[in-house]
Design a protein around this ligand. Structure first.
Ligand code: NAD
Length: 371
């Protein structure tokens, strides 16, 4: 059996999620290749070696280029702040390695375009961490839309909000820098835009508004020193889909009470379907004429669920979605699958986000393909 060497860069929130997924995927699925946790890199050398040991990676680096140059590494997983996706992915592609990059793909449309071109030229597998799409309930929703169970689709109304920046004293982080990240639209909205495209397809035109509510934040928790903030705290947009449906999307990191509220309602001539990531094992469906919404619950009839549990209602969690994403990556690397967001699709998400930024800045409708 062919062996794939995994190189993981970053040991934060997503570094751990990737490590868990790479460790668990062989237990959940029979894979056509075997995985070797070859190398782990983090800017902090002590953290790199501690995590490499605890998570089962063979070697640790503080210089990510050394991980990319390591001949034992076939796949480079990038879980660093957004502005580092570009140099790391470009270096990995130049070395002919497959790339599994966290979202959003880049901090500018120009970078995203270069990454897509480099991936095409390298001819390697690329995937981007839009993990919410790997929920078997989302696949079910997508199938219902495709099979016409909701009739002709009229609207998509989506929201992704959390409250981790709701406190005006919540400190600055790399997420608050335009050149490092891009605000709530980049951080949360990108997932929602990817989801809207996944379920309903291309968006032709957008109109948007955006606001920075807290224009200064402490440089670190409790500090009296303040940093100016220019990225959006929340953004709302109207969408016109190519299939004729209309939509709204809203992303905010200021909404008290919400922890992971990636949610949407899709309405068609024959019914309405609702989803909320805070209840990720459920869909709510109302067919035309029914008195109200019916709750559909995840169970082993859905293959992605069955990989983790034979019992209905026992529920998947966030880390299982990441494992499903890694499974899709491995199958693509083995030449046995096409599932997952590649750099071409992630570029389309970036173009949509860029169009929303232009629309908000210029207060007008923008054709997505014009940006
Ligand atoms: P984090 O701050 O928790 O972790 C970032 C890691 O990168 C840290 O371990 C840091 O030491 C490391 N790092 C920074 N500079 C480095 C360098 N030069 N070389 C090597 N390592 C370096 O951030 P996070 O929350 O894990 O976010 C990382 C990425 O994951 C971002 O792109 C973010 O948008 C994305 N993300 C995705 C999801 C999702 O659901 N898919 C959720 C959260 C974050």
């Amino acid at each position: 059996m062919r062996e794939l060497g995994i190189g993981l860069i970053g040991t934060g929130f997503m570094g751990r999620a990737h490590a868990l997924a790479f460790r668990n995927v062989s237990a959940a699925f029979e894979l056509p290749v075997s995985l070797r946790l070859a190398a782990l890199a983090d800017a902090d050398p002590q953290r790199a070696s501690q995590c490499a040991q605890a998570w089962g990676f063979a070697t640790a680096h503080s210089d990510w280029q050394k991980l990319i140059d390591d001949p034992a590494v076939n796949v480079v997983a990038i879980t660093t702040p957004n502005h580092l996706h570009f140099p790391m992915a470009m270096a990995a592609l130049a070395a002919g390695k497959a790339v599994y990059c966290e979202k959003p793909l880049a901090v500018s449309l120009e970078q995203a375009e270069q990454m897509h071109q480099a991936a095409k030229a390298a001819g390697v597998v690329t995937r981007v961490g839009y993990n919410y799409q790997h929920n078997p309930m989302i696949e079910w929703a997508r199938q219902m839309v495709r099979d016409g169970e909701l009739g002709q689709i009229i609207s998509f109304d989506g929201e992704f909000c959390e409250d981790f920046m709701a406190d005006g004293q919540a400190p600055w982080s790399w997420r608050c820098e335009a050149q490092h990240a891009g605000g709530a639209l980049a951080d949360l909205g990108s997932h929602l835009l990817a989801m809207a495209r996944y379920l309903l397809g291309d968006v032709q035109a957008v109109c948007a508004d955006s606001q920075t509510v807290h224009r200064q934040r402490p440089v670190q928790a409790g500090s009296a020193e303040l940093k100016p903030i220019v990225v959006d705290d929340h953004t709302q947009a109207l969408l016109r889909f190519a299939n004729g449906a209309r939509g709204t999307v809203s992303s905010s990191w200021l909404k008290h009470g919400y922890k992971n509220h990636l949610s949407f309602e899709i309405s068609g001539t024959l019914g309405t379907l609702k989803f909320d990531q805070e209840r990720l094992n459920e869909l709510q469906l109302c067919r035309a004429g029914q008195a109200g919404f019916q709750r559909l619950l995840a169970g082993p009839a859905l293959p992605g669920y069955a990989a983790f549990s034979p019992a209905p209602g026992h529920q998947l969690g966030y880390n299982e979605l990441k494992t499903l994403e890694v499974h899709a990556l491995i199958m693509a690397l083995a030449g046995e699958g096409q599932v997952g967001t590649d750099f071409a699709e992630a570029l389309a998400v970036e173009r949509l986000a860029a169009a929303i930024r232009v629309a908000a800045r210029e207060q007008r409708w923008v054709q997505v393909q014009s940006v």
